[in-house]
Ligand binder design. Structure first.
Ligand SMILES: Cc1cc2nc3c(=O)[nH]c(=O)nc-3n(C[C@H](O)[C@H](O)[C@H](O)COP(=O)(O)O)c2cc1C
Length: 260
């Protein structure tokens, strides 16, 4: 098989790591690959912090919805959407003067700038994941880094226009993780459309979730009260405490980004 596709198809999230460091040369390649990702306007609207301090890792293991494996990951990279660097550069480049001279209103980063930076940083992060995988280094995204914004802002000295989008944990997979089955994906017919968006009907939803529903049902893993996968996911994800905290935290950053 094409070696690039092999890496992509065989990857899975790795949440338990062997107790060995990732060599500096491999770390460098992972970061280099991230920085080689496509980036809007070639502006690199992101920053990356390598978290090396064990006490910060320990904190993150708690503030990111209590996921202890974060503290044990040999390499932890924080990917930040970053408009601060460009905004500071504009100020340093006397753009305010330019605006006065040209009678243009100077503006601050807004919603669209944030979304663009979020795309940038996610694409860079995924390049890091694939590069790591190509060296046999496993990884796992931690979306919960968007929670507890106030704590993370202080922990990493984040200025107004810098927001954590993903945390990535890296390490060599344990044997159990290497042998673990991959997760499955929904069938293409439910995900990929031609020309126009199409909302799914009840029958299609039933087909889409049939496989998963049977497996969860068989293993008796439905959450109390849930009678199908939709209800199970609603309780487990959408309405879970972490999800409420995520939305509160992101609301706070948006207010911070837009109004202060
Ligand atoms: C944006 C994003 C956030 C995620 N956050 C977490 C997380 O906080 N904890 C975790 O264990 N896995 C997290 N994951 C990993 C997903 O659970 C995983 O990708 C999914 O279950 C599919 O499994 P696979 O990666 O093994 O194919 C996240 C993945 C993405 C893309």
């Amino acid at each position: 098989m094409n070696p690039v596709l092999k890496v992509i198809y065989e990857r899975k999230s790795i949440r338990a790591y062997e107790n060995r460091d990732i060599p500096e040369g491999i770390k460098d390649e992972i970061i280099k690959a991230a920085m080689k990702a496509p980036t809007a306007g070639n502006m690199m609207l992101y920053s990356i912090i390598e978290v090396t301090n064990q006490s910060i890792k320990d904190t993150l293991a708690k503030t990111c919805d209590n996921q202890p494996f974060i503290a044990k990951a040999p390499l932890v990279l924080l990917f930040l959407a970053d408009y601060q660097r460009w905004y500071d550069y504009f100020i340093n480049s006397e753009v305010t003067e330019l605006c006065k001279r040209m009678n243009i209103k100077m503006r601050r980063p807004q919603e669209g700038d944030l979304f663009l930076a979020c795309s940038d940083v996610s694409i860079a992060a995924q390049n890091a994941v694939i590069a790591a995988e190509s060296f046999g280094v496993g990884s796992c995204y931690i979306g919960d880094i968007m929670e507890n914004y106030e704590i993370h802002r202080e922990l990493f000295d984040l200025p107004q226009y810098v927001f954590p989008i993903v945390l990535l944990c890296f390490g060599y997979p344990t044997k159990q993780q290497r042998e673990r089955e991959q997760t499955r994906r929904f069938d293409k017919q439910f995900i990929v459309f031609k020309d126009k968006y199409r909302r799914l009907n009840k029958e299609e939803f039933n087909n889409m979730h049939k496989d998963l529903e049977e497996r969860v049902f068989k293993s008796n893993n439905f959450l109390p009260g849930a009678q199908n996968i939709g209800q199970h996911f609603f309780l487990r994800k959408f309405n879970a405490d972490f999800s409420k905290e995520l939305n509160r935290s992101v609301r706070e950053i948006l207010q911070n980004w837009l109004h202060r």
